[in-house]
Design a protein around this ligand. Structure first.
Ligand code: LLP
Length: 463
């Protein structure tokens, strides 16, 4: 994650020891296209608009906090990924980043596939009309009921995550009189350069079967023997919010090595490999993500090179971007409440949401940017920490940022790049009502996930 210290912080720098912030932008009113979705701009009056709609009108109609998702931007990112990988590869959107019926329909229309990792994500996908054969089912502890449902529905692949699951899926498929297409998820032993909690290819963690010690080869051996399974590929996901392609290179190389070993031992070439998701996005202006076509080119070249060297036919490649598709498409709109200047420290700006709508800052030390969006301002930059309204001092939305010094209660501020893992990880902490997701496109806005109500919460409370 980006982390930069400015050598001579412009305000209160002497007391800032964490070095989490950089210099204030030259113009606090500018909106960096790296972190905002493509239809976001300021109108003549200085208000932020998305899809042609002003944030003050959106706030009036839908309330705050709320996530606003730029549908045109989402669709164009889907197309960019599909076009970059072309016909000989498959792009699976990772539904864990954010899933709703509308999103499933957009994916379907744009020709993408879908990765789900729970029975209920699967149910959402099927309910919204995603053809089962375009769904991949993941998870390190799928229940028998979930497996049964996936096999019955006819999902295109189940990604097997353990020795026990290989047998479990095979038995269930046999019982149902089916042969289930499956991948084996391997851990390739790569230390991805990201937060520990979102790195997944090192061996000491819960996902997958290690290549090390021949375990993955043994898993293939067992899977190939079972009648209920058709083993079609190997899967590797090395982590999330990764910028450096080196980890993907190592991963691709090791997966291809396994394909070669399988060919040598069993005389079969598994036709597919899935290199997972994990590509980073810009949360602040300091992040420099790769474009889908660069990623596609890099991955395809590595796989082709490694296969040529091993005398293998190039397998069909899948990728599973979640964050890189939905992350940049949405922002969270908050209303400013209490403003508390702490002399010699910084100013705490409290908003009407917090860790219940964005847990990423607290959980991963994630960095975000923030802008005043209901108006522009020529006031001096003020160093702020944007915090929520929860009973916890770690309830931080944006750790260090600059907002204009004339910021006032009632102003609207927005945090960009909150499309991924914010609504999907939202909670009811302090009985917060989870915010709506509003899709905006061509001058119209519609709720795709509604705001929770007091009644929703009280209905669950049956004591
Ligand atoms: N494929 C598999 C097997 C995964 O486990 C994941 C993410 C993805 C694809 C999609 O990764 P993405 O392209 O979105 O990075 N809650 C964390 C991220 C957890 C990711 C879990 N798996 C966060 O907010 O950063």
């Amino acid at each position: 994650m980006s982390r930069s210290a400015h050598p001579a912080g412009p305000r209160h720098a002497d007391v800032l020891t964490e070095g989490h912030y950089s210099a204030p932008p030259a113009d606090l009113n500018s909106l960096d296209p790296k972190v905002w979705s493509s239809t976001v701009t300021r109108d003549k009056g200085g208000e932020l608009t998305v899809g042609g709609l002003e944030v003050s009108r959106l706030a009036e109609e839908f309330g705050t906090p709320a996530y606003f998702l730029d549908e045109a931007d989402f669709r164009s990112r889907c197309r960019a990924w599909a076009d970059a990988f072309g016909r000989d590869a498959d792009v699976f959107y990772a539904g864990k980043a954010f899933l709703s019926r509308a999103v499933v329909r957009w994916l379907h229309e744009e020709g993408l596939n879908l990765d789900v990792c729970s029975g209920t994500e699967l149910a959402t996908a099927l309910d919204a009309g995603m053809p089962a054969e375009r769904i991949a089912f993941h998870g390190n502890n799928k229940s028998e009921a979930e497996i049964r449902r996936a096999v019955e529905a006819g999902v295109g692949r189940i990604v097997l995550d353990s020795f026990q699951e290989i047998v479990r899926v095979a038995h269930i498929a046999q019982e149902l009189g089916k042969v289930q297409k499956a991948f084996i998820r391997v851990t390739v032993g790569v230390e991805a350069h990201t937060h520990e909690f979102i790195a997944t290819a090192h061996e000491d963690q819960k996902f997958g079967i290690a290549l090390a010690g021949g375990q993955a080869a043994e898993a293939v051996r067992r899977a190939l023997k079972l009648d209920g399974l058709e083993l079609t590929g190997i899967h590797s996901h090395i982590g999330s919010q990764i910028f450096d392609m080196a980890g993907f290179e190592v991963s691709a190389r090791r997966v291809v090595q396994l394909l070669a070993e399988v060919r040598d031992e069993h005389g079969v070439q598994l036709p597919e490999i899935d290199l997972g998701g994990g590509l980073g996005i810009a949360y602040t202006s300091e992040d420099d993500p790769r474009e889908p076509h660069e990623i596609a080119k890099a991955l395809t070249e590595i796989v082709t090179r490694e296969c040529d060297a091993a005398g293998l036919r190039a397998p069909r490649i899948s990728v599973e971007p979640g964050r890189a598709i939905v992350g940049p498409t949405a922002f969270t709109l908050y209303e400013v409440g209490t403003i508390k200047p702490l002399e010699g420290l910084r100013t705490y700006v409290s908003v009407d949401g917090g860790m219940s709508d964005n847990i990423r800052t607290a959980l991963y030390d994630a960095e975000y940017s923030v802008s005043l969006v209901s108006r522009t301002s020529d006031a001096e930059p003020m160093l702020v920490r944007v915090v929520g309204k929860h009973c916890e001092s770690g309830d931080i939305v944006v750790r260090d940022a600059f907002l204009p010094a004339d910021l006032a209660p009632g102003d609207l501020i927005a945090v960009p790049a909150t499309g991924a893992y914010c609504r999907s990880m939202a909670s009811n902490y302090n009985h917060a009502l989870r915010p709506p997701v509003v899709a905006v496109r061509d001058g119209s806005a519609r709720v795709i996930v509604r705001r929770e109500t007091e009644e929703d919460l009280l209905r669950l409370d049956v004591g």
